[in-house]
Design a protein. Structure first.
Lengths: 205, 205, 205, 205
DNA sequence: AATTAAACGAGACGGTACGTCGAGTCTTATC
DNA sequence: GATAAGACTCGACGTACCGTCTCGTTTAATT
């Protein structure tokens, strides 16, 4: 199952000098460093190239836009974190993982900015969707399934992921162990058949 | 108690030609238009000035940064929407209001971008906090109080506001009447003393 | 009679901040210096701007192309030298003036290069024609007229100007007093009615 | 007598794959075409390689600089034209040959540009000297010798070659049969012992 | 009515970064 | 060892905006 992949520019054939793997690594590392230091808005291609000790053209040969680069440098690791799904993951673990992902300083700088850009760039939006939102949805849905009761998983994803995102990036409140447990308890209360299920609410427009 | 207000620059004295109210209106209107058309990332001060038929200096005389301008042009209306709190607002109305606020095309373009910038700019963050987050928190807390049971309002705000934000700006799912009702039902299930309350969860780290 | 003027970009109206005369002077001086130091081929706009202590945009606001800049910086002075025509200029003086003009180190670097570029750029060619060739033709023709005999002035210009140009820029031979006198003697021999006049040569194709 | 030859890079040994003669021809042809189409200033090595269907390295293996390539592609044919000297060449034929040489469109584009570059590159200057100026000087001198009178041949070369060059490349006047005859007549008037000889002019500085 | 002082439009200024192009060199696989 | 292909570093291109500045002009409130 080939995952909808990187937005990296692709090489033509097997001809010519191969691309330098070292350059790749240096660029991604420099991007992560600078995201942490100055944030997304002040991140410049020239700055990344200089920090990586690489020519601008080497960078442009690989990524078409700043957003693409940042997605690969900072969001792809998050995506992997979300995708790497154990069979016996508890609900707490899943939420804890989300929290952990959004707390990485370089991701934090990039996350909202990329989402903002995705609002205007459907290609970028699709990529974020496939690599971040879908895995998060899967993560939440898997727990729901395992715990054996079925609320609308879409709502649950928005609630859980939204709460984590809002807590960390907007309210800037504590995203500690208590927060994780409270959030999970909240989700359980909802999905618990004994409680008032959201899915009871009749027919909708 | 004067609310930490607009980030507009203030006039020096009462002397000289007064600032043109028409210029103000034209600039804010142009900003809203361009936010809708090209988004925040591609919004330029020069573009706004040109569209408004105003000199750049007229703009800089009023706002110090692009973010300040956008806050006044696109987020302040949202803030007013949130602040204007009737005594007999139902929970559904409150959530519906949040949904409505985030759906304005020009706000949508600006919201995440300003939040992203706020992550690096504490002054901006404080302003967003005071004008947007606090009112939203108040809105949610007021409902909770009226409905007579006390969950941690901070968590509830993150859950409700986060869910709305995630649904509209990230998942891009339907933010329709059903969504509003389901979300409210979910919140009620949690805060209902008969359900499993999040606040029961013992001691916290 | 307005002479077809400079290829400088023109200002729109009397509005706005006026262009800095100091910037003008600094740019032209820097251009002349660099022409002397590195020649035309290696002259860069960035180099000129840096040397002049001026932003690139300030330069581009005034001149559209490198050739235009060089014409103003190095060839215009030559044009003035040629145009500034005394009534009692001797033939020797005229040729000496031509020699002097082509010997300026910064002009030397620029002259052939601009002529080469003019071969492909009709606007540039016209300008060179009006500011350099025509005045040179006038200079030569004036002498011919004063000395009272009429060879085809066009031929004479090509012969005299061509000889000077070839001697200095191509052969790199000595362009000394002897050369001047020999060249004038040659021209006189031709235009002298007692000699074989070129214009006698019957019917032409 | 080995003529100071081409500036082509020389092969190392007789080992390995021999250089492709087809590549040579393709490169030179492409160079001539592009000189005619875009001129010297806009001629790029990459463009030539692409047009010739050859890798850049193949080109660099043969010529060190753009000027060298252009000399071989466009000026060498002119040099051959000048060098190929019949015993019974008339003065008119010689001048006509010069005219013809400078009228080739690809040479025209290159001639002044290479001369301009030669002003800063002594190696290039030497090569142009040997392959173009010397043969032209010889051509003129041979006529002078045959017609039996001795003006300073250096001056004569500058006068004749300069006049042709100036007429064609600078004035852009008609370089027709009349021009050729007038120029020859002029040269004869000078070198004719009955006329005023330039070399009579007394003592020289 | 004249004065005063700031607002205004226009646009130049020194900068920074953009994304592109071409230079000349290097690396790989293929002939 | 030559070749085609295409990577590499580097430097400059010409453009777009930034935020500041300097003009001449306009507009109210104060004298």
């Amino acid at each position: 199952m080939p995952v909808a992949g990187t937005r990296r520019k692709i090489r033509s054939g097997g001809l010519g000098r191969p691309r330098s793997a070292a350059a790749d690594a240096a660029i991604l590392a420099a991007t992560r460093e600078l995201l942490g230091e100055v944030g997304y808005a002040r991140l410049t291609i020239e700055g990344v190239a200089a920090r990586a000790g690489v020519a601008k053209s080497t960078l442009y040969r690989r990524w078409a836009t700043r957003a693409d680069l940042v997605v690969d440098a900072a969001l792809e690791p998050v995506a992997e974190l979300l995708a790497n799904r154990d069979a016996d993951l508890t609900a707490e673990d899943a939420v804890r993982r989300l929290v952990e992902a959004l707390r990485r300083p370089e991701s934090q700088a990039a996350y909202l900015a990329v989402l903002a850009e995705a609002a205007r760039d459907d290609t970028l939006h699709a990529r974020v969707q496939v690599r971040l939102i879908e895995p998060a949805r899967e993560l939440v849905a898997a727990i729901g399934r395992r715990e054996g009761h079925g609320t609308d998983p879409d709502l649950l994803v928005d609630v859980v992921a939204g709460a984590v995102l809002h807590r960390i990036l907007v309210s800037r409140g504590a995203a500690d162990e208590r927060f994780v447990r409270d959030l999970v308890a909240l989700a359980r209360a909802v999905t618990d058949p004994s409680g008032v299920s959201a899915s009871e609410s009749g027919v909708h427009e």
